[in-house]
Design a protein around this ligand. Structure first.
Ligand code: V47
Length: 396
């Protein structure tokens, strides 16, 4: 039974504010979406628009034109049309919690403030079972697990984390371990990628997150993460997962030393993989948080974030969702990104560590009401989902 105080709180939180936008013309039906008139200030976008309206695939030059444009109003209309053709005005979010069971990591990636070196690093932590399992509560539908490559934990411990979480909650959707971790488990367990994935699925895993892709560029890899797996191994894990029916996400780490060309090429490589196996659910452009690693003087501007989100939506035409990851973009840019092609806000998150150890200034977690308000403020309809994008509830 829901108490009167809780009910009163709920009514208060869901009541419209004076600052909420008027709800006009929202549609849940993509077939009802009309092509808008777009006035262009940047002639380079006109040929892109012709392709978009004709349903033609964009190419590398189109991607670069998008990343160079100052015509944000026109770009927003274009990317929003593509998003609405797929999802109407639905924008997805989940009630989730991140679990980062350890930050001890054998790697030394130059952009990462989260990882602690295995020996004598005062920032190192390892969660015990009680702390890990305390992340599993009734109020979430997704748990997102990612951590460091711990030299001493051993293969079985990583499988056991998934198994114990599944035992505690049979209904939670478990999105766990990046391709970098799966590749590491294969090495320490002396197993093939497929065998690791089989063990994880048997323990309870539902989907893989998209981290660890960084930028598919040998130049950037050599400079920033020479000891981490590269493009070939990252794709091998996702290819195997898709062929086994495990959905995955994919990411791009941008706003550091990569070029626009490298950003576009990264998206095109993911698009080719999606043509082959079709298992990516969402693409998440991750805005580099300068933290203490300071690879560049300042973070990407909001304009650069919005161009990158729109480029992703327009170029990556076969991925269902582009996610505006509010933790790294900040709440305000994430909200505006919903008018630039993003159709997912990730989730409530709980106690996130990767971005916050890199000094992200977004909140550490959000209530459902904050996310639904952000989505409504963008004139969209909040849809609660699980890690497999099954719709739980439309918050209309
Ligand atoms: O793999 C590390 C990145 C990733 C920094 O799949 C950094 O739904 C920015 O992949 N600034 C982990 N990024 C997070 C991730 C993710 C997040 C949300 C949703 C999903 C999903 C995946 O974070 C790492 C790395 O690429 N990262 N350090 C930094 N300073």
């Amino acid at each position: 039974m829901i108490s009167d105080t809780r009910r009163a709180n709920f009514v208060r939180l869901m009541a419209p504010l004076a600052t909420d936008p008027p709800r006009v013309d929202v549609t849940l039906d993509p077939s009802m979406v009309e092509t808008p008139e777009v006035a262009f200030r940047d002639p380079a976008l006109e040929s892109v628009w012709e392709k978009v309206t004709a349903g033609e695939r964009l190419d590398r030059e189109d991607g670069l034109a998008i990343l160079r444009t100052l015509d944000l109003p026109a770009l927003g209309r274009m990317a929003d049309l593509v998003a609405r053709r797929r999802h109407g005005d639905r924008v997805y979010f989940t009630l989730n919690r991140q679990l980062n069971p350890t930050n001890v990591c054998v790697l030394d990636c130059a952009f990462c403030d989260f990882a602690a070196r295995p020996r004598n690093d005062p920032r190192a932590y390892e969660m015990g079972w009680d702390e890990i399992l305390a992340h599993v509560t009734d109020d979430i539908t997704e748990i997102h697990i990612v951590g460091g490559l711990h030299p001493k934990w051993g293969y079985d411990k990583y499988v056991e984390i998934v198994r114990r979480i599944r035992e505690k909650s049979p209904s939670l959707t478990i999105k766990a371990w990046t391709a970098v971790e799966i590749d590491f488990f294969a090495k320490i367990g002396g197993k093939s990628i497929e065998a690791v994935l089989e063990d994880m699925v048997e323990a309870g895993l539902d989907a893989l997150p998209g981290g660890g892709a960084e930028v598919f560029s040998q130049r950037v890899k050599e400079e920033l993460y020479p000891h981490k797996i590269g493009e070939r191994e990252w794709f091998a894990v996702h290819d195997a997962a898709h062929r086994m029916g495990i959905p995955t996400n994919c990411t791009l780490l941008y706003g550091h030393i990569e070029t626009h060309e490298e950003r576009v090429d990264h998206v095109l490589k993911l698009r080719e993989q999606q043509d082959r196996t079709g298992g990516f659910q969402a693409f998440i452009p991750l805005e580099y948080q300068t933290g203490t690693t300071n690879l560049v003087e300042r973070q990407a501007s909001a304009m650069e974030d919005l161009r990158t989100i729109a480029m992703s939506r327009l170029l990556f035409d076969n991925v269902p969702h582009v996610k505006a990851y509010w933790v790294m973009l900040g709440e305000q840019t994430a909200e505006i990104a919903l008018a630039f092609g993003a159709t997912d806000l990730d989730g409530t998150i709980g106690d996130e560590k990767i971005a916050h150890m890199a000094l992200a200034d977004s909140a550490a977690g959000h209530a459902r009401e904050t996310l639904t308000r952000m989505i409504r403020a963008a004139g969209k309809v909040p849809v609660e989902r699980d890690a497999l994008y099954r719709e739980i509830r439309i918050w209309d």
